[in-house]
Design a protein around this ligand. Structure first.
Ligand code: 2P0
Length: 329
């Protein structure tokens, strides 16, 4: 009744931005991401050993919506086993650098989904774990497997066809590098969950975003297949710009970019004109993630620091979420 899993975060190259179902976390469009090592979250789940549910994340007892999201995932597992598992104890720990700039929720819910299913005695099943992780946080469904994962939006109202599938494993393109440039450490003013809802509700550009992003996924798969860094870089940049454009068009506008974000992007473009293979993507925040290859990751870090990055995290393609024999309690 006890199991532990480790999962990595992911960075979207074709972003998820907007839900068609808030409760089931079903997206309006498909998305595609790369799982990132070395950062990870490890989670242990045990059913039936405590008198009430206990949720601990990075040394703190979880409360409010953070606790509710974890309990929701555990509840689905309990229901699948006919409700006979009893209360759960869950302990989770991330090894993210304090300012990694990447949300740990994707890795956290992926690790939780894999550990909870195993603790309940359910078989290892990437599709089922991906759907379970999705109920905690949408992007988490893409962290159950490594390499490049596509979250297919699905069509059904119950969400049973909305999960991530691995298109290429971590070994497909080992020279690829993602360099996270931390320009600003402050917590963002508008969380992704609220920002995407506001964009869906008020941006006149939103339907165009949905149509375009959906069409970009097969193109991304095709350029990843042939390991075309320039084509993937161009695609990642235009997808990031379009996500931010649809948010900027919301009422009131939603601007995640800071002055130094644009400064870095301008400098990156100059370096690219001089022949450096470097592109960027940008999530719902001011910190760009640079896309380059192993031969240029040191130069990409130097570029980020020259533009004011207070921290830089160099990442490589990461593997699948895995079960561990060592538990956190
Ligand atoms: C992504 N983001 O595809 C996009 C790009 C941020 C920008 O997924 O509400 O934490 O829990 O489903 O997954 C961040 O949103 O949101 C996100 P919920 P999530 O990675």
């Amino acid at each position: 009744m006890k199991a532990t899993a480790l999962a990595h975060p992911n960075i979207a190259l074709v972003k998820y931005w907007g839900k068609r179902d808030e409760a089931l976390i079903l997206p309006h469009q498909s998305s595609l991401s790369l799982t990132l090592a070395p950062m990870s979250v490890t989670t242990t789940v045990e059913f039936g050993a405590t008198s009430s549910d206990h949720v601990e994340i990075n040394g703190h007892t979880a409360k409010g919506s953070e606790r509710e999201r974890v309990l929701r995932v555990l509840e689905v597992v309990r229901a699948e086993k006919g409700g006979a598992l009893g209360p759960a104890r869950m302990v989770s720990r991330g090894d993210f650098p304090a300012a990694a700039g990447l949300a740990s929720s994707a890795a956290g819910f992926a690790a939780l989904a894999v550990a909870a299913r195993a603790a309940a005695g359910l078989p290892e099943d990437a599709k089922a774990a991906s759907m379970l992780a999705r109920l905690g946080s949408g992007s988490a469904c893409r962290s159950v497997q490594g390499g490049f994962c596509e979250w297919r939006r699905g069509e059904r109202e119950d969400g049973t066809d909305s999960y991530a599938v691995q298109r290429f494993d971590a070994g497909h393109w080992p020279e690829l590098r993602m360099v996270v440039a931390i320009l600003n450490r402050d917590e963002k003013e508008v969380k992704s969950r609220d920002g995407m809802r506001h964009t869906v509700e008020t941006s006149p550009y939103y339907p165009a975003w949905v149509k375009d992003a959906e069409a970009e996924v097969p193109r991304a798969v095709e350029v990843i297949q042939r390991k075309d860094l320039q084509a993937l870089g161009d695609l990642s940049e235009r997808n990031a710009w379009r996500m931010h454009a649809t948010s900027l068009a919301a009422e009131p506008p939603l601007c995640y970019l800071h002055a130094n974000t644009l400064g870095l992007i301008e400098h990156l473009r100059e370096q690219r004109k001089k022949g450096m293979p470097v592109w960027f993507t940008l999530d719902a925040g001011p910190n760009p993630v640079l896309l380059t290859d192993a031969a240029h990751e040191v130069a990409a870090e130097a570029l980020a620091r020259a533009c004011g990055a207070v921290d830089v995290v160099r990442c490589v393609p990461g593997g699948d979420a895995v079960l561990k024999s060592e538990h956190l309690f």
